[in-house]
Design a protein around this ligand. Structure first.
Ligand SMILES: [Zn+2]
Length: 226
């Protein structure tokens, strides 16, 4: 955590599944100088990966163009096919993490050391397998509504999901903080959720509020946690 040499507060985003709405998300983040970790499934980058969520069409993107799209952000593993890691035996899980990591490293030309638990499914056995595959940190899904450093880098709980009502109140609390130890605001979600209920407009308002503060380090999860 070298950012703590110069900052006591860090802000990061972590978005899952590599869907088409990430294009609009990246455009907004780049405009505000915000950094995100994108958790991708290397085995699902094809046209078969389409579903519907609350009336919104969701489709994962093919690999072509992704290195350009995500440039300046971080890529992390989310298993090759979004399997539930708790349901895989040690050997299968180990092989799948290594396969996903290698495929993403070759596509993006950068080290993959982060992971997000598909379905938020985590336990101590899965953590051990992750560590054995060279994964340095892993993100879960349970909101803390707090900014403390994670006690366990292999099961990091985010501050909140962008859909939550408390998003703006948390932003105000974070901006007002003058901490004497490092504090982190980690936001997560799926970009297709912005297609629902004027989510893009609300998210842009949030970015406008959280960005551009001299006392906040804006980095990817890898830059913040490793
Ligand atoms: Zn996912």
């Amino acid at each position: 955590m070298t950012w703590t040499d110069n900052y006591q507060k860090a802000f990061a985003l972590s978005y899952d599944d590599g869907v088409y709405q990430d294009i609009r998300l990246v455009e907004i983040l780049n405009r505000y100088g915000l950094k995100c970790t994108f958790n991708l499934n290397s085995g699902l980058m094809n046209a078969d990966s389409v579903w519907e969520a609350e009336g919104v069409k969701v489709e994962r993107m093919p690999p072509e163009g992704l290195p350009e799209l995500y440039r300046g952000h971080e890529i992390a593993s989310h298993l090759t096919r979004h399997q539930n890691p708790v349901e895989l035996d040690d050997e299968t899980l180990h092989a799948d993490i290594l396969r996903d990591k290698a495929a993403l490293e070759s596509l993006f030309g950068s080290d993959v050391r982060g992971f997000a638990y598909p379905f938020g499914a985590a336990d101590s056995r899965v953590k051990q397998v992750l560590a054995g595959c060279g994964i340095s940190y892993a993100r879960g899904v349970h909101s803390t509504h707090a900014f403390d450093l994670p006690a366990d880098l292999l099961h990091i709980s985010p501050t909140c999901r962008h859909k939550e009502d408390t998003l703006f109140a948390l932003a105000e609390r974070f901006i007002a903080l003058t901490p004497d130890c490092p504090q982190i605001f980690l936001l997560w979600g799926h970009s297709y959720e912005f297609d629902m209920q004027r989510g893009w407009e609300r998210f842009e308002r949030f970015c406008e509020r959280i960005a551009g503060h001299d006392d906040i380090f804006y980095g990817t999860c890898g830059q913040i946690f490793i």
